[in-house]
Design a protein around this ligand. Structure first.
Ligand SMILES: NCc1[nH]cc(CCC(=O)O)c1CC(=O)O
Length: 307
């Protein structure tokens, strides 16, 4: 058996694809990488939120899945839109990396706590809005591009620090530049952060589907991401809206914390629901209903008008 693994060509995407390849290798399953250029990789000069980011990194991969030129597509779970077309599905979520966001800088004394004023580069609406909410003394500048591009902009002095997912920083081996780990209680990560998702078409032969799932899926992570993604789906969002959500497991009890933050930081809604893992999707749905009812619907309407 040979599994054709579709991936984007960025360094982080390749790390993820090799990671999947290594997991397959543990059972001597052969695979090859197929590099695919996506619209999101080409359009680097415009803000992601302004190019209708839904599926901007995933569309080309999905076309190849349907065409059968690749068997599976590897994504950061965070970048995968919350509702997939009927003929595609996620067949596995890998074990999650630490989920925190981190402050990355050459100046290790920098901290978001303590009121010191400095400039943070980020292009995530969630991070910008959270910084405005928790750290009004911080100035943000839009910073697009892959990790390497952003780090170059940091070197050039376009900002004093970057706000990034630990998972990507660690995988790219930039741990030395981490100045601060942000607490997940306040800076709750984006839905799916830290896990790698494998997408496949419904036409993928069942033996391939089963072996890939068996070798790569991490059941506890899968339960958590099911809850988080159901939450995001009900809010009709992808990674471009200022929504956060994180599920954790203790024994068989799943707890999902999540909410939404107004773009200007003036309001942050958060709630928490728990239940058995078998109810993961229901928990996500219930949390979304609660957040919408508390005023989240109005915040999201304002966000959509702004994009
Ligand atoms: N939106 C881009 C993106 N997609 C996944 C990661 C990091 C790895 C991950 O969270 O899985 C990043 C970079 C970042 O947010 O800092």
């Amino acid at each position: 058996m040979n599994i054709k693994i579709g991936t984007r060509g960025s360094k982080l995407a390749l790390w993820q694809a090799y990671y999947i390849q290594d997991l397959l290798k543990t059972a001597h399953v052969d695979s090859e990488l197929v590099l695919i250029d996506t619209k999101g990789d080409q359009i680097l000069d415009r803000s992601l939120s302004k190019i209708g980011s839904k599926g901007v990194f995933t569309q080309e991969l999905e076309d190849q899945l349907r065409a059968g030129t690749i068997d599976i597509a590897v994504h950061s779970a965070k970048d995968l839109q919350s509702s997939l077309p009927e003929d595609l599905s996620i067949i596995a979520f890998t074990e999650r990396e630490r989920v925190n966001d981190v402050l990355v800088s050459h100046d290790k004394s920098l901290s978001l706590a303590g009121g010191r004023e400095f400039v943070v580069g980020t292009s995530s609406t969630r991070r910008v809005a959270m910084l405005k909410h928790f750290c009004p003394h911080i100035t943000t500048v839009d910073m697009r591009g892959n990790l390497q591009t952003r780090l170059r902009k940091l070197e050039e002095g376009q900002c004093d620090a970057l706000l990034l997912a630990y998972a990507g920083v660690h995988r790219m081996e930039y741990d030395d530049l981490i100045a601060e780990y942000l607490p997940i209680q306040d800076f709750t990560p984006a839905v799916g952060q830290g896990s790698v998702a494998i997408e496949a078409a419904s036409t993928l032969p069942i033996d391939k589907r089963n072996i890939v799932r068996q070798l790569t899926n991490h059941a506890p992570t899968e339960a958590c991401l099911k809850a988080e993604r159901a939450f995001l789906r009900r809010l009709e969002g992808g990674c471009s809206i200022p929504v956060f959500g994180l599920a954790t497991l203790e024994n068989d009890e799943l707890t999902l914390t999540g909410g939404v933050v107004r773009l200007d930081g003036s309001e942050l809604l958060r709630d928490r629901f728990s239940g058995p893992t078998s109810d993961a999707e229901q928990i996500g749905h219930d949390l979304a209903e609660s957040i919408l009812a508390k005023g989240g619907d109005e915040i999201l309407r304002a966000v959509r008008q702004n994009l």
